[in-house]
Design a protein. Structure first.
Length: 384
């Protein structure tokens, strides 16, 4: 008999990294006969949803709580799902920053088994993350080899299961129209959530300053920034774009309303990745970096940081730029401050590289195919 699973993360309908991975894995678990529910800490606000997978299997969604991270309801939702599946063990799977897990019942060693798919988006492991992963009731699941190695340095043994990519991400036509870029332009794409103010983990300042220097020397370069340009809890990106000196007529962004309402499908995103000549994904640290794999699945080369999870994701014809460690006092760990000049150099090399889909990138992305990862890694872990 397969165990029941209560999956705590973003709703599978949320157009976030956590949401896409929830849909990819939780829905496949439900389809394979694991009774699965989802506790949505984002994307299901007031009432539960009697949701189903595309295969028609039930996968109900419990709503978020009043607490910012739904710690007030996480255990209650798990208990309700366990009661509906009497006779089976009921595992709690968490996919989120594990330092937010503060519910006292979760901290009790007598709580049932917890599998925490944990991002390590720093060079070193944040103090509270290491403490959570070391708890006897927790099986840490590292989403990158870097995360597994960094946890091991804190004497925490973990299981490695990477994030996944769906088949829809492949070379696809029509991206230029969606991005509103001209056919003759070299297109740099960024796909980064506008979260955080001081500093922003996605290193918008370094990326945009590097782009400004690069675009001054090339009048046939456009930027497509797939993000919400102004939002609470983020920075004013139009203000930063102006301050960095980017030519406004060559900076493009999605329709703000469509972006917020999930109006861009995965196929749309695949088309935009395919039209881009390079994805600029330099950041201060990634727990995994889903756009890096999605873009490569579409044949698009990537410029990323030589830190945290990113280097292991890059094909041989991509670029990992250098920087220096920077202390994050909020989490007591080092993350990565990218240098601007190496980003400019990587952009120049991308500009001079052969155009068209990279087969090396496509082959690299196949390592993270969702069907393969779930069957190979998640099924035996949860059944065992």
């Amino acid at each position: 008999m397969k165990p029941a699973i209560h999956w705590w993360s973003n709703s599978p309908h949320a157009p976030t990294g956590y949401g896409t991975q929830t849909k990819a894995v939780a829905h496949r678990l439900a389809n394979a006969g694991f009774p699965t529910s989802i506790g949505a800490n984002y994307g299901a606000e007031t009432v539960g949803i009697d949701d189903r997978t595309k295969a028609g299997k039930p996968c109900p969604i419990y709503p978020r709580g009043y607490d910012g991270y739904s710690q007030d309801v996480i255990v209650a939702h798990w208990k309700d799902w366990a009661a509906k599946n009497k006779g089976r063990p009921c595992h709690l799977v968490t996919l989120y920053d594990s330092w937010v897990l503060k519910n006292p019942e979760l901290l009790d060693q007598s709580f049932g088994s917890i599998f925490s798919w944990t991002p390590i988006d720093h060079i070193t492991v944040p103090k509270d993350v290491a403490a959570w992963c070391a708890r006897p009731q927790v099986t840490p699941v590292a989403m990158s080899k870097h995360g597994q190695e960094a946890l091991a340095q804190r004497a925490v043994i973990s299981v490695y299961i990477p994030h996944t990519v769906e088949k829809v991400f492949q070379p696809t036509e029509g991206g230029g129209r969606l991005m509103q870029v001209t056919d003759d332009h070299f297109v740099v794409m960024m796909n980064a959530a506008n979260k955080g103010i001081a500093p922003t983990r996605k290193a918008f300042t370094e990326n945009l300053l590097a782009l400004s220097a690069f675009m001054r020397d090339h009048d046939d370069v456009s930027l497509y920034l797939h993000s919400e340009l102004v939002m609470p809890g983020g920075i004013n990106l139009p203000e930063l774009i102006e301050a960095a000196g980017l030519p406004k007529d060559r900076v493009h962004a999605p329709n703000a309303y469509a972006y917020r309402m999930g109006g861009y499908t995965d196929k749309d995103l695949a088309a935009m990745y395919s039209r881009a000549d390079v994805l600029l994904a330099v950041s201060m640290g990634e727990g995994f970096g889903i756009p890096t794999i999605e873009a490569q699945a579409c044949g698009t080369r990537v410029i990323g940081s030589n830190a945290a999870a990113t280097p292991e994701l890059l094909a041989d014809d991509c670029w990992a730029v250098e920087g220096q460690p920077e202390w994050n006092p909020m989490q007591s760990a080092f993350w990565f401050r990218p240098h601007i000049r190496p980003i400019v150099t990587a952009l120049e090399e991308a500009y001079n590289a052969p155009r068209g889909p990279s087969q090396l990138c496509i082959e690299k992305a196949k390592e993270y195919a969702a069907d393969t990862v779930v069957k190979r890694d998640w099924f035996p872990l949860l059944e065992g």
